[in-house]
Design a protein around this ligand. Sequence first.
Ligand code: SF4
Length: 473
Amino acid sequence: MLGPQVAACATPVVEFDAALIRRLRQSGPRYTSYPTADRFSEAFGYGDYLQAVAGVRNRGGMHPLSLYLHIPFCDTVCYYCACNKIVTKRREKALTYLGYLKREIALQGQLFAGINQVEQLHLGGGTPTYLSDAQMEDLMAHVRRCFRLAPDDIGEYSIEVDPRTVDAPRIHSLRRQGFNRISLGVQDFDADVQKAVNRVQPEAETRAVIAAARDAGFRSVSIDLIYGLPLQTAGTMAATLEKVIAAGPDRISVYNYAHLPHLFKPQRRIAEEALASPDEKLRMLSLCIERLCGAGYVYVGMDHFARPDDELAVAQRQGRLHRNFQGYSTHADADLVACGVSAISAVGPSYSQNVKTLDAYYSHLDRNELPVARGIWLSMDDVLRRLIIQRLMCHFELSIPSVEQAYPITFAAYFERELAQLRRLEQDGLLTISPEWISVTPRGRLLIRNICMVFDRYLQEKRADGPRYSRTI
Ligand code: SF4
């Protein structure tokens, strides 16, 4: 039975209404950026990126940076994977890559000399711990030579860890190297599901990594789960949730598996008949909300749960939550400098993405050029809509007078079409609109992407190449 239910979360509450979700779910972006990456253009190149950095310098003042480093290698492929990665057992490839990555970091360090205080660092992949301990040590020492990292109690330094690649001494070593937050890929503890997605990862292994992270003094431990994988049912999900709750991470992300085999080759190895039905997926989602909120986690938004005392939940209560390519973040408005193949930077009013292949990456850096492949300059309209989408995603409400103060517009006139669309969602009970506020209701929180899509100007343009986004729920 999937009737409406309000989970007993600490604020903000979230209401699960299966009938409404069934009626309104559709394909849509996750809005880790706006405009979304599929709007980037090759007309934006290295020269544009240099101009964006010059703009940051001219802006004056000290704005701390966010740094992202992409390690694309994985030892084996998980069939659900939609990441940009290179699956190889030839470890020497990582050594060559590391050399070039360090060159890119040095070039970026020169560009930001004098304004290079980093308060947020994230290593993602692929599998960052594909690098050996010594290689990681070398990389972090290099980062410290090129950028000034804020002290441990201020900076947020996180790494994605595949529990299959590390042991307790390695976790302690990562802490000594400066990481203070750790994110573990789990997806599901069920052995059959793990086999079906080619990611066999015993529960004991994951528990040992969590225990080591606590022991080593990591400030936040996060676990990633996925619902909708082959062979998953509400029953297997319930068992996994019980184990996850017992492990007690600070944050839990629960992603909806998007089966898009026309875009992501590994997914072609997943038997479609083994996938859960849309209704079963809804049951799993409902269960996640009920169990996690019942265990005291706060629904932060868009697949994310956190303990009430975790920084994300605190930042949300204080109105400081932000969203970027790594998901939710507590560091609002930091320019994001991203290094590595396919990495996306957000500097000033621009986004720029690096080339996607190793050969192209190496050849740009051999010419002493940053490997920018494409990007976009944001217009005033883009910046305004990005602000609105960010506010709604992070805080579930928007102050109309604050937008009118920051931008030379009359909200009702500028967003006449959008307000008309929102009124239809208001009738469905997803939000309320007053002259001062747009407020998402507990019922609308799970459908926040639908609400944000109303403000996405680019979605008005029809695409000819089929669905590119996952379902909003
Ligand atoms: S899911 Fe992660 S570990 Fe698995 S193949 Fe993709 S990037 Fe690699």
